[in-house]
Design a binder for this molecule. Structure first.
Ligand code: GLN
Length: 211
């Protein structure tokens, strides 16, 4: 049975910043390191960090339960290395991934650490604005700050993937059913994170469907 808690994968990377961003919005969080900790959550955040390290640190049982729950509809927010972990194809170099979101990503596609940057005003697409109006009617769709740190570049996406935020026509925040994924770090943006608010709206729906 699902509880009222958001799990945050805490194997490495900036899981703490996600927990703070979620708590600011009133969510209760649980760090997830083991397979059994995936049972009692109503949503999962897969944070940025280093995707090779995530792959190394996640054991088979954790990956297999995570895949089951995601395929089963668990709301997921995957950011940066999290997006790389879930992508269908990873380039630069090629790397194993879980293949649950139909995108092809190029690791470090915006350059190296020294090329990291903040875009102060990422714009929501029409689809993104419609989704916000539908799920968070009180929320304005003002532009969102995007912190890009050795970020993956989304090179290609399948027909089931919606683009919610684009930067110079390039997708940087996408959705495929229950999965939201960004190439930037919404947890590091100033103020409250609209990306996390949107994710929590999916978590709430998931909770009420389990009641
Ligand atoms: N470049 C990292 C990777 O390939 C991702 C960086 C990040 O999560 N900020 O995994």
């Amino acid at each position: 049975m699902a509880g009222n808690t958001v799990g945050v994968l805490a194997l490495q990377g900036d899981f703490d910043a996600h927990i703070k961003a979620l708590q600011k919005l009133g969510a209760s969080c649980q760090e997830v390191r083991r397979e059994s900790e995936l049972d009692s959550i109503s949503g999962l955040v897969i944070p940025g960090g280093e995707s090779t390290a995530l792959l190394r640190l996640a054991d088979k049982e954790l990956i297999s339960k995570l895949l089951n729950r995601v395929v089963d509809g668990l709301p997921v927010l995957a950011t940066c290395a999290g997006l790389i972990l879930l992508a269908k194809e990873v380039l630069n170099p090629q790397q194993n991934s879980l293949g649950v979101i139909d995108v092809s990503v190029e690791r470090n596609g915006y350059g190296r650490q020294v090329d990291s940057f903040i875009d102060p005003a990422l714009a929501w697409t029409k689809e993104g604005r419609l989704l916000i109006q539908d799920r968070l009617p009180e929320q304005s769709t003002e532009n969102t700050e995007g912190v890009f740190i050795r970020a993956p570049r989304i090179k290609d996406l399948g027909p089931g993937v919606e683009v919610l935020i684009a930067r110079d026509t390039e997708p940087v925040f996408v959705r495929q059913k229950n999965i939201l994924a960004s190439s930037f770090h919404p947890e590091l943006a100033k103020g409250q994170s609209v990306v996390h608010k949107l994710f929590l709206s999916f978590v709430r729906d998931n909770e009420s469907s389990q009641d």
